[in-house]
Design a protein around this ligand. Structure first.
Ligand SMILES: N[C@@H](CCC(=O)N[C@@H](CS)C(=O)NCC(=O)O)C(=O)O
Length: 207
């Protein structure tokens, strides 16, 4: 199996960590979604990451679809998203909040890092950051019990928190939400997080 995409993408990283937690081995294709755009479009017509190429050649695109394949493959006992009921709803809600924060903080970061300064729209950036802050506040209000195992809400939220630290540090000042800091520290100390930890954020930057 081949995982395509660099770990500075929280969507790629949550797939990588989920594969490792579930005992899968993969080759890592680290081509850049920006520098290798044409090659990326050969794999995923949207030119986005992550993608996973399965051993039979089938290509999975979009982290949610990849995680769904993973849970289907390992079965309900080992799935990272509970199969049904209130537990499933709770995990899906947290995942929606965490991916929403990534989307909004990411949109603001793209505006500031990629769009030429003359074309930036401060009100739009402000709106995105307000939405990201709302998601963070909602996640901080949730209980994050300490356990030996991880579910997908914890993996996705921890990947989101690390992404903010490197791509949009002003969105989450250290200490604002101690429960999220604790979740991040707990997750980042695990081997699957350590080996996938991104050192830097690889989007093209202006000036
Ligand atoms: N819904 C997609 C979002 C993936 C996504 O936003 N990927 C980003 C990297 S974090 C990307 O490919 N950005 C380049 C682009 O959209 O042009 C997923 O969950 O896989």
């Amino acid at each position: 199996m081949i995982l395509i995409g660099q770990y500075d993408s929280p969507f790629v990283r949550r797939v990588a960590i989920s594969l490792r937690v579930s005992g899968f081995v993969y080759q890592h294709d680290t081509r850049s979604v920006f520098a290798d755009f044409d090659a990326m479009r050969q794999v995923n017509p949207l030119g986005r990451i992550p993608s996973v190429v399965l051993d039979d050649g089938d290509v999975l695109i979009d982290s949610a679809a990849i995680l769904d394949w993973l849970d289907q493959t390992v079965g309900p006992e080992c799935a990272l998203i509970p199969a049904a009921g209130v537990q499933r709803r709770r995990v899906l809600r947290r995942m929606a909040l965490a991916t929403g924060v990534i989307d909004k903080a990411g949109a603001a970061a793209y505006e500031r890092l990629i769009r030429p300064a003359a074309y930036r729209w401060p009100e739009w950036i402000e709106r995105c950051l307000t939405q990201a802050a709302g998601g963070l506040e909602a996640l901080a209000a949730e209980a994050w019990p300490v356990r030996d195992w991880l579910d997908q809400a914890e993996i996705t939220t921890a990947c989101m928190l690390r992404y903010l630290q490197i791509a949009a540090p002003d969105v989450l000042p250290a200490g604002r939400y101690p429960s999220l800091d604790a979740l991040s520290e707990r997750c980042e100390s695990r081997p699957e997080f350590v080996v996938t930890c991104p050192a830097d954020y690889g989007v093209p930057r202006d000036g």
